[in-house]
Ligand binder design. Sequence first.
Ligand SMILES: Nc1ncnc2c1ncn2[C@@H]1O[C@H](COP(=O)(O)OP(=O)(O)OP(=O)(O)O)[C@@H](O)[C@H]1O
Length: 374
Amino acid sequence: MATAIRAFAPAGPSVIGAAGAPAGPLLRLAGVTKRFGATLALDALSLDVAPGEFLALLGGSGSGKSTLLRIIAGFEAADAGRLLLQGRDIAPLPPHARPVSMVFQSYALFPHLSVFDNVAYGLRRDGVAKPEIAQRVAEALAMVGLTGFEGRRPAQLSGGQRQRVALVRSLVKRPPLLLLDEPLGALDASLRERTGFELRALQRATGAGFVMVTHDQAEALALADRVAVLERGRLAQIGPPRALYDRPATRYVAEFLGAANILEGRLGPDGAVDCAAGCRLRLAVPPGRGPGEAISVALRPERIRLVAGAPPAENGIAARLKDLAYRGDGWMAVVALPDGTEWRVALPSEAAPPAPGEALSLAWAPEALAPLAD
Ligand SMILES: Nc1ncnc2c1ncn2[C@@H]1O[C@H](COP(=O)(O)OP(=O)(O)OP(=O)(O)O)[C@@H](O)[C@H]1O
């Protein structure tokens, strides 16, 4: 499908990049708050989405992702805060009047309608002329490699094909903003990855802003321009995937985005950290942190390497291999430190793996240590 994706730039006065389009964010959420009884689902949440940006909303169950998406779509009203799309307050508008489309995890296709009629549905409702509908539906289906499938019903399609119909049905109206609720959630693992690439190609080709809810951290890191991590209705951190992965701000973000070893310690007078597990850390001390203060630091398994001989006195430690899991592209090792703490260490596949019980020397670079705020 990726090769089938052609330029499909949104057109019209309300559209990104169009002459006279307002500068500034595509979507601005300011202080958005939502309560369900005693539950504070969204706690004064603020964030911007840039035109044409792919933003992933990531967070644990109940962190407020779906509520946020539903508020943007208009299925739920916020108790407080502002919701601006291209500078315009959309909070008073009902869902169908917002220049926003939504793709549901269940796809929500009409089972009794053909592929053509499913995709044409919104255009017909908007009173678009017949020849233009025919042209735009044909163009949209070609974009996802589904030319020739016009007459089929959803039940006569594979899961991946249904997902593409749901996607182009939402994009055919050329909304500046598309909301996606776990769009790949119903697909199996191999189709998920392929469809993820296609989703991103489609996003680039259309120029629409995408806001995607996902549970899957790998998917968020792989697809999004920026990832917003939600924690109990608040924004824990937002930024490009690499920045979040390498420099998580908090323990929650570090542990949510893949495996992380968390090191606890106390800052010494020379700026080094004596860590509880028995190692000595040398790192760039964050501004505002002084000697004697407790500090925690995240260290990714891929940033640790095995070294020959004794471990270095700083940024290294002795360990013993407890367990090893093969992952295709390498091994994930579980190692025990002298005090019994367990760490994860990623070992490249080229290396001969150590044997369980073997003594190891570990080392890492100062930049691999990401100080956490909590
Ligand atoms: N209609 C509702 N009535 C009562 N409580 C609700 C309602 N919708 C959501 N909540 C609560 O608000 C909080 C946020 O829910 P939300 O569905 O937004 O989380 P989520 O991050 O999407 O979770 P999940 O990943 O499990 O779908 C949860 O505590 C949830 O129980």
